[in-house]
Design a protein around this ligand. Structure first.
Ligand SMILES: NC(=O)c1ccc[n+]([C@@H]2O[C@H](COP(=O)([O-])OP(=O)(O)OC[C@H]3O[C@@H](n4cnc5c(N)ncnc54)[C@H](OP(=O)(O)O)[C@@H]3O)[C@@H](O)[C@H]2O)c1
Length: 235
């Protein structure tokens, strides 16, 4: 088990809440970030991940309390719009949280991880990163960027013992998509389209993150690990 605090962004609900709970259950010291500061487990700090100063200040506050061993870049958002009418502001809003904040948080945690002899960064991407999904241009572009950011950071930081991974979930039932997934038509489509026959649970993503941290295999770096019940590879 890595020695030091694990920072989880978007830890107030959904996948981030499950990650915070899972890591706390494994004995990690968890610090959760969300705009409200409410988190499912561990210490909570109010931090808008799209604000560079808020991220820098939060990380400094966390590091003042002890070593930092990892960052789970989970906070994300989804907006769907037809591409022919996609407002630039909407594209930029999605990119700001889903992609830019991933880069900023990684950059700002870097000195703290380095000071602790290395560490692990796990970005939460999406299996939409390689798909063409109607009315999802901004989301797909942002998650493709997460894959690229992961690869570049992994290559640059392996030498200082920082492992960077991208965990890319398929459909996971959370607040982000509950209305969509529980719609009868969509539920029937998921049953047919996803080889596993169901959406995933936030706890399944959380267990993968817990296993990555517990096992600590730094030679595994830069990869996108899909956790989608076989959806993305299904013909
Ligand atoms: N659910 C899925 O099917 C699915 C599939 C693939 C990938 N993902 C990815 O998994 C991640 C989590 O998704 P989810 O379904 O758990 O979403 P969710 O239920 O909507 O939760 C989003 C979390 O992010 C936080 N957040 C939102 N904006 C923030 C900001 N500006 N600064 C700080 N925190 C912010 C929210 O807390 P506050 O509102 O308190 O700030 C909340 O804790 C996202 O990156 C998403 O793209 C989800």
């Amino acid at each position: 088990m890595p020695d030091g605090q694990i920072i989880v962004s978007g830890a107030s609900r959904g996948i981030g809440a499950a990650i915070a709970l899972d890591l706390a259950g494994r004995g990690y010291t968890v610090v959760g970030l969300s705009r409200s500061g409410n988190v499912a487990a561990g210490r909570g700090i109010a931090c808008d991940m799209t604000s560079e100063t808020a991220v820098r200040d939060s990380f400094a506050k966390i590091a003042a309390g002890g070593a930092v061993a990892g960052l789970i870049n989970n906070a994300g958002m989804h907006i769907a719009s037809p591409s022919a009418e996609l407002p630039t502001e909407e594209f930029e809003q999605v990119m700001a949280l889903n992609a830019t904040s991933v880069m900023v948080a990684a950059r700002e945690v870097y000195p703290h991880l380095k000071a602790n002899g290395g560490g692990t960064i796990v970005n939460i991407g999406s299996f939409f990163d390689k798909s063409g999904v109607a009315e999802n241009l901004a989301y797909c572009a942002s998650k493709a960027a997460v894959g690229a950011i992961t690869r570049c950071l992994a290559v640059e930081w392996a030498g200082v013992g920082i492992q960077v991974l991208n965990v890319a979930p398929g459909y996971i039932e959370t607040d982000l998509n509950r209305d969509f997934l529980t719609n009868d038509k969509v539920a029937a489509w998921i049953k047919k389209r996803v080889p596993a026959g169901r959406p995933g649970a936030p706890e399944e993503v959380a267990r993968l993150i817990g296993a990555i941290l517990d096992e600590r295999i730094p030679f595994l770096t830069g990869e996108t690990i899909y956790l989608d019940g076989g959806h993305g590879i299904n013909h």
